[in-house]
Design a protein around this ligand. Structure first.
Ligand code: PRX
Length: 659
């Protein structure tokens, strides 16, 4: 553990603030007056942001909210999203600017200019069209962080097909569920990926997933590991095609077609409170407007000058909005890194920042805490003086981590922006503005200009300063989700029914105002866990556990974890005929969950118990299980049907600890 400065210890009682330097404030893209400008006329403000893009046909109306909760933004407008992210930069004379500095985990690199990106995206678009993919079709993409992932997403956007990117770490079962739900016609993947210094198969998992998948006509395979996985890439003749054989020979000329502003752009699945992931639907004009706007004002990005790096994976919304769409629309030069942060050594990120002179770095609190654990002497060995803005996303950032980030990575001078948003919001909603806000460690602070958020109580009334409650978004925003794929009822139920009288969007997060009215996020209020910034529902893990033949019942809770934010702790009752709950059985269950969902959902700990605490109506009292999982005194048990259950559980503990 690194040494902490004395200021850290009393942070929670002290309200230190970090205003930007005069120098930073003077050159910032967003100045303080942006809030007032947006408040004066919200629609006019968003129209101005949309004008930063290139439209084929201008909209006739900024917002149509008459059919709430289904918003229409920039009604009647037409644009091509890929053209906005690529071609227009070439046309404005920046074809030679590097769009992507790609760094492979083994150390190979590729610099891709905007002119090259245009060719690659056009060829991939022609390739998809040659396979019969048309506007409205769904293309599933399961790829690690290789340039082809970005080419493929933009190629879909270019021809109006929807992509559904599935995180590379998801299991065959999870991939299949997503392919079936969206009736994907094409799947794009790779032979294998480099991860922690080793080549691991990818295509083999995809093949397992697609057995009997009726909608899938073709599988396109990027060759990444090649001879390193000789003989481990199964092949189905007639269905499977190598990316390079299909794409490389295509024409680099492709005429982008303009699509309606509300044309669907992508589906991205995220965990909800039930076992079935939700396909969050995003559309074109509003989404691109807000991702580009926020990337411009929150990161203070200067095209052609900054070197930007967002460390997210393309399989999550952060990768979609802040690697692909927002940054490329703003003519970014960015680093895309394939691998893990400690391969081959724990200074890998700092080495990359030094090499490419990265000036804007956007990552997750879980990684910052991991860096803290590895020690401040590691970043201290590198020249990080190019950095000028640091960002955080995915979970609340604790003040200690925030201060460490600013001091050890940002030389105690860079603004740190803590950005709150969700897969559903599409883009950043609550965040400091780096040239304006006196930042408070641990608080996302205030809705961005043009965005409106409130903290309300159970009845929907706004709480006073100093009060806590639920976070809601009380006005529609351009990049808002347009629905849950194929499930209108779930869309209404999940987000719009809780505060239906007021018409508020319910985010599922607890929050409070401090005395200044700044917003502090307090974590989920539903049964969704946040593990290393990844959303996983308790029900999803429970379903995976009970699908194992030895398990009779399971209850899962998220317990506070010093590195990952929350860790998954499962309580299981074994079936009568299951032999015992020894270490092997527990290990097998952990592996089973990894197989069903993916390694990120593997419980940190599984406890085999004889009973679960339930109310008289049969509802599992997770609150009590959380007490056990966090080694706390067990709370009020008076509503339990059988109050001796908790004694039983507590006395049988410590089985099944993490290996
Ligand atoms: O609980 C909030 C947390 O992550 C959830 C959204 O997860 P996901 O859709 O996977 O998107 C993550 C990346 C945008 C939120 O409901 N969350 C995200 N950012 C923050 C956060 N919690 C606190 N502070 C944040 N900055």
């Amino acid at each position: 553990m690194t040494e902490q400065s004395p200021a850290l210890d009393n942070l929670l009682t002290e309200s230190r603030t970090f205003p930007p330097s005069d120098e930073f404030a003077g050159q910032a893209n967003a100045k303080a007056d942006l809030y007032a400008t947006a408040d004066a006329d919200r629609e006019q403000f968003w129209a101005g942001q949309a004008e930063r893009l290139s439209w084929d046909t201008k909209w006739s109306q900024v917002l149509d909210w008459t059919n709430a909760p289904f918003a229409k933004w920039f009604v009647g407008g037409k644009l091509n999203v890929a053209y906005n992210c690529v071609d227009r930069h070439v046309e404005s004379g920046h074809g030679d600017q590097v769009a992507i500095h790609w760094v492979g985990e083994p150390g190979d690199t590729r610099d891709i200019t905007y002119a090259q990106l245009k060719d690659e995206v056009s060829k991939a678009a022609n390739a998809l069209s040659s396979l019969g993919v048309v506007a409205g079709d769904v293309v599933a993409i399961q790829l690690q962080m290789v340039p082809e992932a970005i080419f493929a997403m933009l190629a879909c956007a270019r021809i109006g097909a929807l992509h559904s990117v599935v995180f590379g770490g998801f299991s065959p079962t999870a991939l299949r569920a997503r392919v079936d739900d969206a009736a994907a016609k094409i799947v794009i993947t790779s032979d294998g990926q480099y991860r922690r210094g080793k080549a691991a198969p990818m295509k083999a998992n995809v093949d397992e997933a697609l057995q009997g998948a009726e909608t899938v006509q073709k599988v396109i395979v990027v060759k990444r590991t090649g001879s390193d996985l000789e003989g481990e890439t199964p092949w189905t003749d007639g269905r499977d095609l190598w990316w390079h054989e299909l794409v490389d020979g295509q024409s680099p000329e492709h005429q982008p077609e303009a699509f309606d502003s509300e044309h669907p752009l992508f589906i991205l699945y995220t965990s909800g409170t039930t076992g079935k992931p939700k396909g969050i639907l995003h559309t074109s004009g509003g989404y691109l407007t807000q991702t580009a706007y926020t990337h411009n004002v929150v990161f203070d990005h200067k095209p052609g000058e900054d070197v930007y790096w967002c460390t997210a994976d393309i399989g999550w919304i952060t990768g979609h909005s802040y690697i692909v769409y927002g940054p490329l629309a703003n003519r970014v030069t960015q680093v895309v890194y394939e691998g893990t942060p400690n391969t081959p050594h724990e200074g890998r990120h700092w080495e990359i920042i030094q090499k490419y002179k990265v000036s804007i770095y956007y990552t997750a609190p879980t990684l910052i805490r991991t860096f803290m654990k590895w020690g401040e002497d590691i970043p201290a060995k590198y020249d990080l003086s190019s950095l000028r803005v640091l960002g955080s996303v995915g979970e609340p950032i604790n003040p200690e981590a925030w201060i460490w980030y600013r001091e050890k990575i940002g030389a105690n001078k860079t603004p740190v922006v803590d950005t709150w948003w969700q897969t559903e919001t599409g883009a950043i909603m609550i965040s400091p503005l780096p040239g304006v806000t006196a930042a408070k460690p641990g608080s996302a602070q205030r809705a961005l200009p043009g965005i409106s958020a409130k903290v309300v109580d159970d009845t929907g009334a706004e709480v006073p300063h100093g009060g806590g409650g639920y976070l809601v978004l009380d006005k529609p925003w351009p990049s808002m989700l347009r629905g849950v794929w194929g499930d209108e009822e779930r869309f209404r139920d999940t987000y719009w029914s809780r505060f239906s009288d007021q018409g508020y969007y319910f985010a599922g997060d607890g929050a409070k105002y401090d005395g200044d009215g700044d917003i502090w996020l307090l974590g989920r209020v539903d049964d969704v866990m946040n593990v290393s910034g990844h959303r996983i529902s308790t029900t999803e893990v429970e379903s995976a556990l009970v699908s194992h033949p030895t398990v009779a019942e399971a209850a899962v809770v998220g317990a506070t974890d010093p590195t990952t934010g929350q860790g998954i702790v499962a309580f299981v009752i074994l079936r009568g005929n299951a032999v015992d709950g020894g270490d092997d059985a527990v290990q097998e269950l952990r592996n089973h969950v990894a197989k069903e969902i993916g390694p990120i959902a593997k419980p940190r700990q599984i406890m085999v118990v004889a009973e679960l605490p339930k109310t008289r109506s049969g509802k599992i009292m997770r609150r009590l299980l959380r007490d056990v999982a966090e080694n706390r005194q067990i709370g009020d048990v008076t509503t339990l049907a059988d109050s001796s259950v908790m004694d039983l559980i507590s006395s049988g503990l410590n089985s099944g600890k993490e290996e």
